[in-house]
Design a protein around this ligand. Structure first.
Ligand code: UT7
Length: 323
């Protein structure tokens, strides 16, 4: 059976680092509050000339280099983002142009913080039904441009960045020893829209709008919803959580990650945490964490990795893959 295996990983971050102390100058907050409640110490914020497309392009180029492939080897691009450079065309086509790709096809997926999980799952389906042999899957965001910088309850939480992987068709036996994506579960429930949304858009206000979040409410649902999809993925693969080599969760809040980890019985040394350095980068958070763990040598070929994300919609999902 065909599996979609990762053959390249890349990342990109804006140049400017903004520490918690820097935010004390803008809103009534403190390094202590932010770190205690979220685990965040700093985040990267896009400057002039840095956009979702430029960051996504850099991450894609890094993934291609990592895979020792050229853009001619790629059949499709999926970009997960809620912060496109333009309302249309899809920012994926702008990245396609920047990479010099005139063949194949490219499109965006919008599932907010879960976007990368949705994009990977979509690419996996294209690969398994043989529409594509190799897919470039990118999560890229510039949430700093959606924030109300006067709202301390949201502006301290998010950051900008991009991560990318290349998925490639590989023959497997159909068991849990195969390389590639072994299970994925997607979920959404629109009854929770008001808990995390942007109050603008082309068809309503004709403005971009600002991010609005009832943080405590989101927190309340997060652990239960994520546990459900994670358990469903584990069941498909036929393993238990302690069998996982690396847990790479969405990086929204260290306390959510710790609750999940304890509930699942995964030891802390198997959890990749980047929220301290990147903040919450929405669809970029999971591929950025994957790229950081790959670049610092933690990930090894054959490792069993569990990805997970949850955010606006609510939309949430999980993937188990063998690297
Ligand atoms: O990626 C999408 C998914 N998003 C998430 O997973 C986010 C989930 N939620 C969270 O991570 C947390 O709920 C937050 C980090 C957003 C907030 O932490 P919390 O422990 O739930 O705090 P809270 O909202 O209950 O606020 C506690 C207090 C409030 O003051 P009062 O009402 O107790 O007097 C807030 O006004 O902290 C105050 N506060 C702040 N104080 C200093 C809120 N923001 C700040 C701030 N600095 N930046």
């Amino acid at each position: 059976m065909i599996r979609s295996a990762i053959c390249g990983i890349g990342m990109a971050l804006p140049k400017r680092v903004v520490k918690n102390a820097d935010l004390e100058e803008i809103v009534d907050t403190s390094d202590e509050w932010i770190h205690q409640r979220t685990g965040i110490r700093q985040r990267y914020i896009a400057g002039e000339g840095e956009t979702t497309v430029t960051l996504g392009t850099q991450a894609a180029q890094a993934a291609l280099e990592d895979a020792r492939l050229g853009i001619q080897d790629i059949d499709m691009i999926i970009l997960a983002t809620s912060t496109p450079d333009h309302t249309f065309p899809a920012s994926a086509t702008e990245i396609q142009r920047a990479l010099g790709m005139a063949h194949g096809f490219a499109f965006d997926i919008q599932a907010v913080c879960s976007g990368f999980i949705f994009a990977m799952t979509t690419a996996d389906l294209y690969i398994r039904c043989k529409t594509a042999r190799r897919a470039l899957v990118i999560g890229s965001e510039t949430f700093s441009r959606l924030l109300d910088w006067k709202d301390r309850t949201t502006c301290v939480l998010f950051g900008d960045g991009a991560g990318a992987v290349i998925l490639e068709a590989r023959e497997g036996k159909g068991d849990s020893q195969d390389y590639g994506i072994l299970a994925s579960i997607l979920r959404s429930d629109g009854r929770h829209i008001e808990k995390l949304y942007v109050d603008g858009g082309p068809s309503t206000t004709q403005t971009t709008g600002h991010l609005c979040m009832e943080g405590r409410e989101v927190f309340k649902y997060a652990v239960g919803m994520i546990s459900d999809v994670v358990d469903a993925c584990l069941e498909i693969v036929g393993i238990t959580a302690p069998n996982i080599d690396w847990f790479i969760p969405h990086q929204a809040n260290r306390r959510i990650i710790e609750s999940l980890t304890h509930r699942l019985g995964i030891s802390d040394d198997k959890v990749v945490i980047t929220v301290d350095k990147h903040g919450n980068t929405s669809a970029a958070s999971v591929p950025l964490a994957l790229a950081v763990a790959d670049k610092d040598g933690r990930l090894r070929k054959g490792d069993l990795i569990m990805l997970q994300a949850m955010g606006g919609g609510f939309a949430w999902g999980s993937i188990i893959l063998r690297l």
